[in-house]
Design a protein around this ligand. Structure first.
Ligand code: GLN
Ligand code: ZN
Length: 749
């Protein structure tokens, strides 16, 4: 039988214990010099390369490693420098300035990389002078050669790069054409230096819109082919399926296809004969975005199937391993659970096991891993029973009736004011939490600290004159991890970090089994806060859609079932809060929109299930209990019907950075539930002026019924300083007080 090869698309930069992050942040805070930074990072890069080599990979990626973001690296390579940063030498400091901003200039925008939680730096084309700067990719490639690592360079392709960028007067096509000769130069240099193939990432080809740029895509790759580079290029895609009939017309060596997140279409298209047999398939068969051990038996069959359709098969992860933690080795885990988990290095081991099986007839590793996989998947924590049908998915009464019942209890003024939940997570707050976690202070001491903080902030809210209070979320590290640590079925790791943007990493909990609520999670703090004041204190929970989207989710049962299990758990917590006398409960869903699938044909189904889960979590309360939700984005129009269907009594949305756009959405739709449009931007330390807030409210009231309107900042205040929060909220309340005085109850619209 034909032999197979193994490869990888990208390895996590962070290092096993976030050494990468620590080195970069030390440089930023001037604790180490640039030379020291370079030495540390070169060591780390070396470690990554050798580690991958040790897993017997036929080819190891270079160009995935970066000082911040690989898209930003590409921008610097081609001199696509934001206008305000032009004129400076293109070096590491410029790279960090563009990424983080400096005293004179704001940073470039960060945007989510497709449907992942990784953020790239958006290239800016205004008045740029594209040319090839120092070819760092070539340097890194040569470095890998000195280590005797068989490497292939990785670079984002021109279609994806331009599509993800902004600014400039040129058309999309013109920008691509400008870049083609520059790409040709860089690619040729790599080939001359001995690259056997170059992985050119074009994930944009998996999107709905890719059909709009087939002509320019074809033109670009024909150009490379005419330059003699075609045989050296592998067009790499991931996260969804491509239109293979089109992709197959691109004259390159082979195509990288995702066989995990393609909804089955990539294989189906191959089986329908859309791929020429002399094209290599770089088959993404091991899930690069989730942490589960693969079912190798299943993968073996997939390989056998693919072998019928190509003369050259390379197996690899479905995407870069940037999206998973580095290694299980540092975790102390229950063996029953460890059996089922696979981080980046373990995924490379799976590839090796398959290669040994196919090429050497060596079954030992394969059998060993498969046995562990089977053992994990047979366990009891995956077989709980749920009675979904006994939980309400609709409130007892209509919004109009609930509103009356709620007003009787809450007695809120015109234009009620509130905040989104968190108050400043100061150094002290974080230190106390860490001290408590590491047993340096007792439970009692920690509790006392939290109570003091809560009491202090209840008093502050009273002094400012807000209407609905919050307790401040001082006990929480992260809005998902906090619940993950307290619900059954979740595993919170110690080193399971994943890069989110720049040096920032998140540690998504792993949902390994059935999710169950076992005891109250937030009741103690909320009840304590409520005991200190007559004003209503809002209970604060994270919703099922967001918890799922920001966790590593199990895949052995349908996604919607996992989401509904979480919803039932949140429902228990909602009822526990209500039982404890809490009259307003907010269930945050900031991740609802970003979880939309890449292909629009799946949007409605996703939204329907999201709405169902949210309602499962929130519908069991009494009419008089007011349910709030909060979301952190604008671009509301596209999913407004789903948001309306959540049937939350009040929604607060982040809008101040794009106020105009959101108000426009409201010209076309009627939103007939309670709504608070964020009236100032919490991401900036700047204290808003009273007129600004007044204007924002008045503008909103042109399209929204005053009796439904709430006034609040646009997101949680955890990143702000105490003084900033006090001042800004005082301005907000002052503005509302004046508006109340002048209120002539004119009918809206
Ligand atoms: N309640 C959370 C907070 O205030 C909401 C955070 C968010 O929207 N991402 O911090
Ligand atoms: Zn928010």
């Amino acid at each position: 039988m034909m032999t197979i090869q193994t490869s990888n698309l990208g390895f996590p930069r962070l290092g096993r214990k976030r050494e990468w992050k620590k080195a970069i942040e030390s440089y930023w805070s001037k604790k180490i010099t640039l030379d020291e930074l370079n030495t540390t990072l070169t060591d780390l890069h070396k470690e990554n390369l050798l580690l991958q080599k040790n897993y017997n990979l036929d080819s190891v990626p270079v160009g995935d490693f970066s000082l911040y973001d690989h898209i930003l690296d590409t921008s610097l390579l081609f001199n696509i420098i934001p206008e305000r940063f032009q004129g400076n030498p293109v070096n590491t400091d410029l790279l960090f300035d563009i990424a983080r901003g400096n005293k004179e200039n704001v940073a470039s925008a960060l945007i989510k990389w497709f449907n992942t939680n990784y953020h790239y730096i958006v290239p800016e084309w205004d008045n740029v002078e594209p040319k090839v700067n120092d070819n760092i990719l070539l340097e890194r490639f040569k470095y890998a050669q000195t280590l005797n690592v068989n490497a292939h360079p990785v670079i984002v392709g021109p279609i994806t790069f331009v599509k993800l960028s902004k600014g400039g007067n040129q058309s999309f096509e013109e920008k691509v054409e400008t870049l083609l000769p520059l790409y040709k130069q860089v690619l040729s240099e790599l080939v001359e230096a001995g690259a056997e193939y170059i992985q050119i990432d074009e994930p944009i080809l998996v999107t709905d819109e890719s059909k709009d740029y087939e002509a320019i895509t074809k033109k670009a790759y024909d150009y490379f082919s005419e330059a003699g580079l075609g045989e050296k290029l592998v067009i790499q895609t991931y996260f969804e399926r491509v239109n293979l009939e089109f992709v197959n017309t691109l004259p390159v060596k082979g195509y990288g296809l995702d066989f995990v997140h393609d909804n089955g279409y990539n294989l189906a298209q191959i089986q329908s004969g859309y791929l020429d047999k002399d094209k290599a398939i770089y088959a993404g068969i091991i899930d690069g975005r989730n942490v589960w051990a693969a079912d190798l038996e299943d993968k073996k069959q997939l390989i056998e199937t693919l072998q019928e359709f190509t003369d050259e098969l390379v197996i690899q992860p479905s995407s870069s391993l940037l999206h998973v933690p580095v290694s299980l080795d540092d975790e102390v885990l229950d063996e029953a659970i460890a059996d089922g988990i696979s981080f980046a290095t373990e995924k490379l081991e799976e590839l090796d096991a398959l290669k040994r099986l196919f090429n050497d007839n060596d079954e030992s590793k394969f059998n060993d891993l498969q046995e562990r996989y089977t053992r994990f998947n047979k366990q009891d924590f995956k077989n709980a029973e749920y009675d979904f049908d006994s939980v309400r998915t609709a409130r007892q009464s209509s919004f109009e009736d609930r509103r009356v019942a709620q007003q009787e209890v809450l007695n809120l003024p015109d234009l009620p004011t509130t905040t989104i939940g968190s108050f400043p997570q100061t150094q002290e707050v974080r230190k106390k939490r860490a001290d408590w976690k590491n047993n340096r202070i007792s439970d009692e001491a920690y509790r006392e600290f939290l109570e003091n903080e809560i009491a202090r902030w209840i008093k502050i809210q009273e002094d400012i004159g807000l209407d609905v209070f919050v307790h401040g979320e001082f006990e929480r590290n992260d809005m998902v991890e906090y619940f993950g640590e307290r619900l059954q079925g979740f595993l919170v790791t110690k080193y399971g970090w994943v890069q989110s943007y720049g040096s920032r990493a998140v540690k998504p909990p792993i949902i390994y089994g059935d999710v169950k609520w076992t005891e109250p999670i937030t009741v103690e703090e909320t009840k304590y806060a409520q005991s200190l004041t007559d004003r209503p204190v809002k209970g604060m929970l994270t919703g099922p859609v967001t918890i799922l989207n920001w966790s590593f989710e199990r895949v052995d049962i349908p996604r919607e079932q996992v989401q509904d299990q979480i919803a039932l758990a949140i429902n228990e917590e909602v009822l526990a809060l209500e039982e404890a006398g809490i009259k307003v409960i907010q269930v945050d869903e900031p991740a609802l929109r970003e979880g939309l699938p890449l292909r629009s044909e799946y949007h409605e189904d996703y939204l329907k299930k999201a709405v169902h889960s949210f309602r499962l979590a929130t519908s069991s309360v009494k009419d008089a209990t007011q349910i709030h939700t909060h979301m952190c984005y604008s671009q509301f129009g596209q999913i407004i019907h789903a948001i309306r269907d959540l049937d939350a009594d009040v929604i607060s949305i982040e809008t101040s950075r794009s106020h105009g756009d959101l108000i426009k959405d409201f010209e076309d739709i009627t939103y007939d539930l309670g709504i608070g449009l964020g009236v100032y931007d919490i991401h900036s330390p700047r204290i808003p002026k009273e007129e600004e807030i007044t204007t924002a409210i008045e503008r909103a009231l042109q399209n929204i019924d005053r009796s439904l309107f709430w006034v609040n900042p646009d997101c949680g205040l955890k990143t702000r300083k105490e003084e900033e929060v006090k001042e800004a909220l005082t301005v907000l309340v002052d503005s509302v007080k004046k508006l109340r005085e002048t209120n002539d109850p004119a009918p809206a619209k």
